[in-house]
Design a protein around this ligand. Structure first.
Ligand SMILES: [Zn+2]
Length: 129
């Protein structure tokens, strides 16, 4: 029996990836450094063991975002694509929001909750316009 494969892509579709088999974790990060890197109040990460993921389109470009951390993004459309850290040397972190089916995973933990924005999780109304 083959292992389940989840697929994802950037906005323009140039960068595509596969996640093969189980994830090391699926969790939400409220960290202050992830926020400007993604323009999002929080990020849902998938930690995927090296050897269990693959770039299947263009390889993302990357930059050193801090001494031990690297962030990747699509060289065409700029979509954030991954986070790599010396702290987590055996895995790459992928954005759950980039999955073709983001509901295929469910976050079960969160990180840096002390840095979360006051309005994260506030119930909002849908205006009728
Ligand atoms: Zn792209």
């Amino acid at each position: 029996m083959s292992e389940p494969v989840l697929r994802g892509h950037c906005l323009c579709g140039a960068c595509t990836f596969e996640l093969i088999g189980p994830h090391n974790f699926v969790g939400r990060c409220h960290g202050e450094s992830c926020r400007p890197a993604t323009t999002s109040p929080f990020i849902t990460w998938i930690g995927q063991e090296n050897g269990r993921w693959a770039w299947t389109g263009d390889t993302p470009v990357s930059y050193q975002s801090s001494p031990s951390n690297e962030r990747g993004f699509c060289g065409t459309c700029g979509t954030p694509m991954f986070f790599r850290s010396e702290r987590f040397a055996n895995e790459l972190h992928f954005y759950a929001a980039l999955l073709s089916d983001p509901n295929a995973v469910t976050p079960t933990e969160q990180y840096h909750s002390d840095e979360s924005l006051a309005w994260t999780g506030v119930a909002l109304e849908q205006p009728a316009r």
